[in-house]
Unconditional design. Structure first.
Length: 169
């Protein structure tokens, strides 16, 4: 399948969401590097819910709407209003599972895996405010909405997900 060439006059504008998703993934990696917390090597963004089938960092697009973060469908918006995107930033890691002969994992192993996910959760929530700034000089944006959940275990993997709504730069 061949992509249609972008209109050069609008190329930057129509790639705004692509650039935002790239930048979020990059900033998450940089923040974890700065904190000295290793992240899984597998990192990507997608327009769907990613499968939790390996250790990975994903940014997934959920929806976009016309209006500032938090104003979704609350009131009519002008066409020149900011555009906002809701994305999920998820970190998935291995967790202990039932061993041979149906033995449950040791409590210490469960807590150790949970400790890593708790660190991930804190760092993701901590960097949410940094995902409001798109200006090269670091001027604050119009605000973000950020919540965080621990995901249910899935076949030896568990993750934490930052639900973020921010203006599309």
């Amino acid at each position: 399948m061949t992509a249609t060439p972008l209109d050069p006059d609008r190329a930057l504008e129509v790639r705004s969401l692509v650039n935002m998703l790239d930048e979020i993934l990059k900033r998450v990696g940089a923040a974890f590097d700065q904190a000295g917390v290793p992240l899984p090597e597998r990192r990507y963004w997608t327009l769907s819910q990613p499968a939790a089938d390996c250790e990975q960092v994903t940014v997934s697009f959920v929806q976009a709407y016309l209006g500032p973060p938090g104003d979704e469908a609350m009131r009519p918006q002008n066409c020149n209003s900011p555009r906002s995107a809701a994305v999920d930033v998820q970190i998935v890691r291995c967790i202990p599972t039932v061993g041979s002969r149906g033995r449950a994992p040791e409590p210490k192993a469960i807590q150790s895996a949970s400790e890593q996910l708790a660190v991930d959760a804190y760092l993701l929530l901590d960097i949410a405010a940094d995902l409001d700034t798109w200006d090269p000089v670091g001027a604050p944006g119009i605000g973000v909405i950020a919540t965080l959940d621990a995901n249910e275990p899935q076949g030896g993997f568990q993750g934490v997900t930052l639900h973020l709504t921010a203006a599309i730069p």
